[in-house]
Design a protein around this ligand. Sequence first.
Ligand code: PLP
Length: 401
Amino acid sequence: MVRRVLPRHSSELTWRDYLAILAPRPATLEEAWSGLPAQARVLPTPTGRHALWAFLEEAPLKPGDEVLLASYNFYPVVQILVQRGLVPVFVDIEPQTLNLDPEDLTRRISKRSRLVLVTHMFGHPADMDRIGEICREGHLLIFEDCAHAPGTLHGGAQVGFSGEGALFSFGVYKILNSLGGGMLVLSGPEADRFGMPRFPVRRGPGSLVEPLARLLFSIGSSPALHGLTLHPFLGFCERHLPGLARTLDPTDNDPGYRFDPAGRAPFRPFMAEMIRRQVARLETNVARRRAAAEGIRSRLGRHAEDLWLQPDRHGRSNASYLGVRLPDAAEGARLCREQGVGCREREYLDCSRLPQFAAWATECPESKRAEEQILRIPSYPSLSDSDQERVARALLRALQG
Ligand SMILES: Cc1ncc(COP(=O)(O)O)c(C=O)c1O
């Protein structure tokens, strides 16, 4: 009997979402996000990374300016800062939310600090009240990384609109998936000064491969198919074609990574229509994700206290990623996978210790601990009661070692 593998991610797209490709009058991104704050502009970009790149191009920053950001982070974001001649200043995280620790932020601000980049890691809202206060006092700009955060609320409102800018990502592994794409949000008083982001586009037959691969990946990670297609395929690649596996589903740090503005297909109009269809059910899906997470937590009994983070400490998490803390995430991951539960250790890294950022190395003990201990486990709307039971059992097994 083939045992169904529980993927750690499920795309949750329906065939109706894919039909947006054929929509005669696709929505615009503004229409997709009904109820946008009045001052906000939303601009399409090929990926979330491109949104940050475009923001930095026009923001009032000069080479050598310092950008403060959480050390536990998505390392390509740091690489983009470096490529733009900015100086990353690593700040430690709160252990409960995995987000920028405001108290450590105050310690690391200097005369050259210009921007604070706040990531709402795993969809947990960061402490925007305190961070906002610190930035106002220090005349610092704020850019929010909302790659994980559609549906994440702070003070009852969608995060991403309280600083000068924000990025959103619509990649195939994100909770709003338009087969790639991203969005730059501009909310500051200077928003109108920014031009429409333009990126060089690669032409030729090769340019079709990447969008097509994303379409196949997305279909393959639907709830019905993932366990039968993508998961075994990735497993095969990990065993026999490790190079390809890392390209398809990268986990490890790649010190040679460079952001390439021409490296991705452009944002196409149908993508905004796909986003509109998913935004319409975002609230329902967030509620179901949160219920799935709660279902797992409630099955852990007294162990929940050791394993669980505090995703709602500063608002409402969208439960887009569910992370738990184990004594050793790598060993926990091995035991979970043995039981057919998809998961990922070292989903994010303590960037202050990465070799390519050695020039800016500093001690961030909580970020290091998060890299070693946080395990990402499944949390998606279609996770059934018996799936939740399976995840909880695998975690308890992982805790016992
Ligand atoms: C925290 C974080 N920031 C930024 C990004 C960038 O998004 P994209 O892959 O669309 O460039 C990601 C993508 O995984 C992410 O996880």
